[in-house]
Design a protein around this ligand. Structure first.
Ligand code: SF4
Length: 675
């Protein structure tokens, strides 16, 4: 493979770029967006209120990602919610002749799906302008060759068709990002690197006190790829380079697009580098047939989606890659959700893991550096086994004190997500170190709820330093001896005088059960402060975040009490419980939970992402439906068109019985007579 790539001709882009086309302002007012689609060009003024927090779910809703080729160009922004309206329809952006797309804060938050910038590119967008841009989305843009800036003065230059120096997009960037932009994308840059056309400056950071995240990066730093020299004494924030990975994984939403890039750009008969450390998962769409509307099925979308499974399965088989697949037991479901299985079966303290999914930090619960990357980065890692990275600054989040019994790691995260520093986007792209006695007292499962939701924080990744609980986890889940598990954890702590860009202190004792109001996980508030009773139609207990053994313990704790009182799920509520893996299901079976769930009227589902990604039982069907869910994000449209509230597992189970959102107290009666 490398011989072929070494002979490939790649060249840099010209030093000036021009944009021939219109500018699309993604405004809060649906009418303004519609007028642009009808042909009106708006004059830019800060008085135009731009949409903030445009997630990748809004740029390309989950069902759009069943496409993995240029067809995506028909669909950008189909999920964009402006007030109560969705003003952008299929093909409208492409027809409009737009070349630049402008929005407000935190553009591209949420899922790491590269289909979003790829859809924009395929619709003709070549430039993204936003007040700030989420890390993975920005990297995906760079990797694909889509230019991105936070400089709004560029809008007038685009309008005038002026030549804009490429340097305007590389200013302030490090050597590698600059190179990727100049080469028009990551693949060309990597080819130039393999050819010796690009020789990266050796890192020169002297020994210094480091955070745990920085230490893991330093240990994995690629110094000389031709000699396989790995590791430097120290790194500091801003150092840019490549790190060698221990595990690379992807799921069926991403693998097919990466496979196509691989086959087209590298060659259909070429082999990936070290397939033994690559894993693939069929987890997102196994229940899709039960969630897709008849209209979408009629449009052929179910058939399109099934191609994702087929393409991944064939590619994995051809490449000799381990695939955690779909069950074939007469019912739908997966062997495991990717994050669940990576944590249960693969992640080791101190390692580097990359995954095609924004919740890859889940595995940071055992003290590894696990982060999400886009399709192009995964595809390139199949060639080089490494991944680019700029050393982020580290935010330390200390949670101290004794939490109330009915408060969980989910509440810690909802509290953290509404902290002004996090809500204002200042943690974007940073390492997040969770510590303090309240974190130390959590199980690894609960720590994973925190590291998982680093995606919602917008962080590069999150981790918890390994300790005795990690040792016990590795012994239980991997069958390691105590000595072997302790060896893996040894020395993995932050130095006492390590530098943090911010320290956030949270008092666990002051937190009460929370809910995040629909629209954003940062909309947290205490349940006991709700102005009125919120009746629920659906309760969903599952996903990578909330489908672990300890989550099941929490649902079961509430439901066992309810069952003893003869209470059942409220008649008007549909309650779904779904594990993250077959291991968790076996655990539920052994503990008698499956029987308990059935007894109280909950519907148990085989492991899969399902409703969490709007692709399984538990999704809402109308805007009026209200869901209480233990998943990690509630962006518009995430789990159907309804109103999605997030809460901890106790709250979800208690609300299913009560029929309205309620926090849970041990021993409280829940059943409501309301109908
Ligand atoms: S369960 Fe939800 S958050 Fe987790 S990987 Fe699946 S879709 Fe993503």
């Amino acid at each position: 493979m490398l011989a072929g790539l070494k002979a490939r001709r790649v060249a840099k882009l010209p030093s000036d770029v021009r944009f021939a086309g219109r500018v699309l302002f993604l405004a809060e007012a649906a009418g303004l967006v519609s007028r642009q689609l009808e042909g009106e060009d708006l004059t830019w003024s800060p008085a135009i209120k731009l949409r903030d927090n445009i997630s990748t779910d809004e740029i390309t809703p989950a069902y759009i990602c069943y496409y993995y080729d240029a067809t995506l160009g028909d669909f950008p922004y189909l999920g964009l919610k402006c007030g109560e309206d969705f003003p952008i329809t299929r093909g409208a952006v492409k027809r409009g002749g737009f070349v630049a797309s402008v929005s407000g804060k935190r553009r591209g938050k949420g899922s790491s799906r590269e289909q979003s910038p790829y859809a924009e590119m395929c619709a003709g967008i070549r430039l993204v302008v936003a007040e700030n841009i989420e890390r993975i989305y920005r990297e995906n843009c760079q990797n694909l060759g889509l230019l991105a800036t936070t400089d709004f003065s560029i809008i007038d230059k685009v309008r005038r068709g002026e030549a804009i120096p490429l340097a305007a997009f590389t200013a302030g960037e490090g050597e590698i990002t600059r190179g990727i932009i100049e080469y028009g994308g990551l693949f060309n840059f990597n080819v130039a690197r393999l050819q010796g056309e690009v020789v990266l400056t050796a890192p020169a950071t002297p020994r210094r006190a480091m955070t745990l995240g920085e230490k893991i990066i330093a240990r994995h730093w690629v110094v000389d790829p031709s000699r396989g020299t790995i590791g430097v004494p120290a790194v500091r924030p801003g150092d840019e380079g490549f790190v060698v990975t221990d595990i690379r994984f992807s799921h069926e939403y991403v693998t097919p697009m990466a496979a196509i890039f691989f086959e087209q750009l590298v060659g259909p008969d070429e082999k990936v580098n070290d397939p033994g450390s690559v894993l693939m998962f069929r987890d997102h769409l196994t229940f899709l047939g039960e969630a897709m509307t008849p209209e979408r099925v009629k449009e052929g979308l179910l058939d399109v989606a099934l191609q994702l499974e087929k393409k991944q399965r064939e590619f994995a088989a051809r490449q000799g890659i381990k695939l955690y697949g779909e069950l074939r037991l007469g019912h739908h479901g997966s062997e495991a959700i990717c994050h669940s299985k990576i944590l249960e079966g693969h992640a080791e303290p101190g390692t580097v893991i990359i995954g095609s999914d924004s919740h890859t930090p889940h595995a940071g619960a055992v003290g590894c550096l696990a982060f999400g990357v886009g399709t192009t980065a995964i595809f390139n890692s199949w060639i080089t086994k490494d991944v680019r990275l700029t050393v982020p600054e580290t935010v330390k989040i200390t949670v101290r004190g004794k939490k109330p019994d009915n408060v969980t790691a989910k509440d810690f995260m909802l509290e953290i997500l509404r902290h002004p520093y996090v809500k204002g986007g200042q943690a974007i792209g940073r390492l997040v170190e969770y510590c303090g006695d309240a974190v130390e007292s959590l199980s690894v499962d609960e720590r994973a709820t925190m590291t998982n939701m680093t995606a919602e924080v917008g962080g590069f990744t999150g981790y918890v330093a390994p300790d005795e609980k990690t040792v016990a986890y590795l012994m239980e889940y991997r069958g390691l001896s105590r000595a072997a598990a302790a060896r893996l954890c040894a020395g993995l702590t932050s130095d006492p005088d390590a530098e943090y860009c911010e320290v956030i202190e949270i008092d666990a004792g002051a937190i009460r059960p929370m809910m995040a109001l629909p629209g954003d996980p940062g909309n947290g508030s205490y349940i006991d402060e709700a102005a009125e009773r919120i009746r629920v139609d659906i309760a969903y207990a599952g996903s990578c975040t909330a489908g672990k053994k300890e989550d099941m313990d929490m649902y079961a704790r509430v439901l066992a009490e309810a069952a003893e009182r003869g209470e059942r799920v409220a008649p008007w509520v549909r309650f779904f419980i779904q594990c993250g893996s077959q291991d968790v299901k076996r655990y539920c079976d052994e503990k008698g939970y499956l029987e308990l769930f059935r007894k109280v009227g909950a519907q148990f589902l085989e492991p899969s992402c399902g409703a969490c990604i709007n692709a399984g039982p538990g999704v809402s069907k109308t805007r009026e439906e209200v869901t209480i869910s233990a998943i990690n994000r509630n962006f518009p449209g995430r789990s159907g068109p309804g109103q999605l509230y997030l809460a901890n597992p106790y709250t979800v189970a208690a609300s299913a019985i009560a029929g309205h959102i309620t926090e849970w107290q041990p021993g409280m009666a829940l059943a409501s007579k309301e109908s």
